[in-house]
Write a protein that binds this ligand. Structure first.
Ligand code: ATP
Ligand code: MG
Length: 325
């Protein structure tokens, strides 16, 4: 996609650990256009967070990173730390699961937003304070003027996450990466935070990467979806196509694990993801896949166009013809 504001190609991340090399991300591509919400979904450990922490230059030195991360036409991989720092928080911002970790408990909320603005923009304190209050209003904090003078502990969990989003959008980023932003919140507050993210995307045309293990969240707000498994993208497409006619057996497993009428519990996919210290040379899902045949273990399958999706199952066409879905 040529109009991508964030374009990732063949991103690989390997951690040097005491037990050996852990291949956390094994060659992923990502495209996000301005104003698009891309959902990234997959089981725990599939490499969702590591992929985007790598893009933000936030991984420890034990991580070896290769591939390309282009933000608005600028390569981030291999850039100097200083160059990445100037992008982070400005063109590329991130919201994490735990809002407290992103806030300083001893500083007033408004001051923290002011600091965020002034670290990237040449704005005087009076204007930055006014802007901080505006930002709090945009993310739905009532009485933003008074709230700006309070400390993080005076806010509820949902309100803190709104503050973190206000900080993330303070410099009008081109891309907002939200990693499980609603996981720690109760269902009603979750919905409100998703609405705030959608409002930001609509009002400012921000491209959003929404990382979650919750397909319900994806169905609610995403335009397109990347399904990750064992450090790879196993399927990509529009949210409609992924939900309407998923091709990869893993995606289908995830979808059938969604609670539906009469079934109120998630049905986990049987088995476990592979050990990333020694990932299989073939399809990582094959050991858990009821449709696996010998050739699935032969080599790592790449994403191929299938219907209006990109899928990495070598049996996708066969399974559809055979009426397996
Ligand atoms: N700093 C690190 N050092 C070594 N291994 C790491 C490090 N960070 C992550 N990993 C490993 O990389 C793999 C991918 O982790 P990642 O955090 O990206 O998973 P995830 O898909 O975000 O999972 P979750 O849904 O639980 O957040 C896992 O095997 C994890 O143990
Ligand atoms: Mg994660």
């Amino acid at each position: 996609m040529s109009n991508s504001v964030l374009q990732i190609r063949d991103l690989r991340v390997t951690f040097n650990t005491q037990m050996g090399e852990l291949k956390a991300v094994r060659g992923i591509d990502v495209d996000v256009a301005p104003g698009e919400i891309l959902g990234v979904v997959g089981e725990s450990g599939s490499g969702k967070s590591v992929s985007f922490l790598a893009a933000m230059g936030l991984l420890p030195a034990s991580a070896s990173i290769s591939g390309s991360v282009m933000l608005d036409g600028k390569e981030l991989i291999g850039s100097k730390r200083k160059a990445i720092r100037s992008v982070r928080g400005k063109s590329l911002a991130m919201v994490f699961q735990d809002p407290l970790s992103a806030l300083n408990p001893v500083h007033r909320v408004g001051d923290q937003i002011v600091e965020m603005i002034q670290s990237h923009q040449d704005m005087n304190t009076h204007d930055a304070e006014k802007r901080a209050v505006e930002l709090l209003e945009i993310v739905g904090i009532p009485q933003p003027g008074e709230r700006a003078r309070q400390y993080p502990h005076e806010f509820s969990g949902g309100m803190r996450q709104r503050v973190v989003i206000a900080m993330a959008i303070a410099n009008n980023p081109k891309v907002l990466i939200a990693d499980e932003p609603t996981t720690a919140l109760d269902v009603t507050v979750q919905a409100q935070i998703l609405e705030v993210i959608q409002k930001v995307q609509q009002k400012f045309g921000t491209a959003v990467v929404l990382i979650t293990h919750d397909l319900g969240v994806i169905a609610r707000v995403a335009d397109s979806v990347n399904v990750m498994y064992a450090g790879r993208n196993v399927e990509s497409g529009s949210v409609q196509s992924i939900f309407d006619h998923p091709s990869h057996p893993y995606t289908r497993g995830l979808l059938s694990s969604l609670p539906h009428e009469g079934v109120d519990r998630l049905q986990p996919i049987a088995g476990f993801p592979p050990n990333m210290l020694a990932p299989p040379s073939g399809c990582g899902f094959a050991p858990r896949c009821q449709f696996a045949v010998d050739s699935c273990n032969a080599e790592l399958p790449s994403l191929q166009p299938f219907d209006d999706l990109l899928t990495s199952c070598i049996r996708a066409a066969e399974l559809r013809v055979g009426g397996q879905q």
